[in-house]
Design a protein around this ligand. Structure first.
Ligand code: UDP
Length: 317
């Protein structure tokens, strides 16, 4: 049965997905404790929430012991660098927040008798040999490559979450998140959607890595948050893929960005980063059947909304 979730801790709550989650949880009547060390998150993302008495911000690195006074019904662990550019610059911190940070947050959930929710990732599938990727696929990850710091941290986080579930009886949920985009991404985030939109709006060349034939499946943030919360309030442990199954090549994305923004930017080639996955597409059969969830916003519409937001941010930035 779905428990009453009244007070929620969101780690990484000042980040891109985390800040959308904080807002939506407040909308649904929960009290929110946002914990963030602001390494890749920003107070701008949660600025106006400070006026609400149901919102608390704690400036803390969850790789160190996490203490939250008072009752807690759910711990949502979203803290981590998530853009390849960030986790390649912060390899040790990324490994620590996925391992020690997950351990600390599980400890908090156990102590409070709270539900624990792990933000895992499609990167656990690595450069997948099975396509599209169902949750039953174990993945194809290079543990010693540069992306290993994120991929293996999240794989460890999943294993640790299941260990707490099996051995301590902690009630857990695991979501595997696929390429989310939307308002509140940083212009300098480094991921492909923000790079292309910002480049297009500034009239700069769009930087396609490799030949642009690699694929991703992009999920608009409002859809993603709806799916994540459906999982949180469900009885499903997971892991569950939460993503948009519509797959695009990077070149197709570049063309769509030029079309949506009306930009005359040219497209230039840059070297393909090491171990960049060749293709990625979630199989969301499980989420559809068990959560009654599927994405509603198509890529064109999502890009248009995100372009509007970047226009405003770049104008004031
Ligand atoms: N990419 C690109 N140009 C950019 C940034 C990324 O062509 O300016 C490519 C990248 O090589 C990858 C895809 O876009 O194939 C998605 O990259 P992103 O960093 O958004 O996330 P990933 O899915 O790799 O974690």
């Amino acid at each position: 049965m779905t428990r009453d979730i009244k007070r929620v801790v969101v780690t990484g709550g000042a980040g891109f997905i985390g800040s959308h989650l904080c807002r939506e949880l407040l909308e649904r009547g929960a009290d929110v404790v946002c914990v963030d060390n602001l390494v890749t998150g920003s107070l701008d993302n949660v600025g106006e929430l400070f006026a609400r008495p149901e919102f608390t911000f704690v400036h803390h690195n969850v790789s160190d012991f996490v203490h939250v006074p008072g009752p807690v019904d759910a711990v949502l662990h979203f803290a981590s660098p998530a853009s390849p550019v960030d986790y390649l610059e912060l390899p040790i911190q990324t490994l620590k927040v996925g391992s020690l940070g997950t351990h600390n947050c599980l400890g908090l959930a156990k102590d409070k008798g709270a539900r624990f929710f792990l933000a895992s990732t499609s990167e656990v599938y690595g450069d997948p040999l099975v396509h599209p990727q169902p949750e039953t696929y174990w993945g194809h990850v290079n543990p010693v490559g540069p992306r290993g710091v994120y991929d293996e941290a999240k794989r460890f986080a999943e294993a640790m979450t299941m260990a707490y579930h099996r051995y301590h009886g902690v009630d857990v949920r695991i979501a595997r998140i696929f390429n989310v985009f939307g308002p509140r991404m940083r212009p300098s985030d480094g991921r492909v959607v923000s790079n292309f939109l910002v480049q297009a709006l500034r009239g700069e060349p769009l930087t396609v890595y490799g030949d642009g034939s690699q694929t991703r499946s992009f999920c608009y943030v409002d859809d993603e948050v709806a799916g994540l919360l459906a999982l949180l309030y469900s009885d499903l442990t997971g892991p569950v893929n939460v993503g948009n199954p519509n797959e695009f090549t990077v070149l197709q994305l570049a063309e769509l960005v030029l079309e949506v923004t009306g930009s005359k930017s040219e497209v230039v080639r840059r070297p393909l980063p090491q171990d960049d996955p060749t293709r990625r597409q979630p199989d969301i059969t499980l989420a559809r059947a068990q959560l009654g969830w599927e994405p509603k916003v198509d890529l064109r519409e999502g890009l248009a909304r995100t372009a509007d937001w970047f226009r405003r941010v770049i104008a004031v930035g």
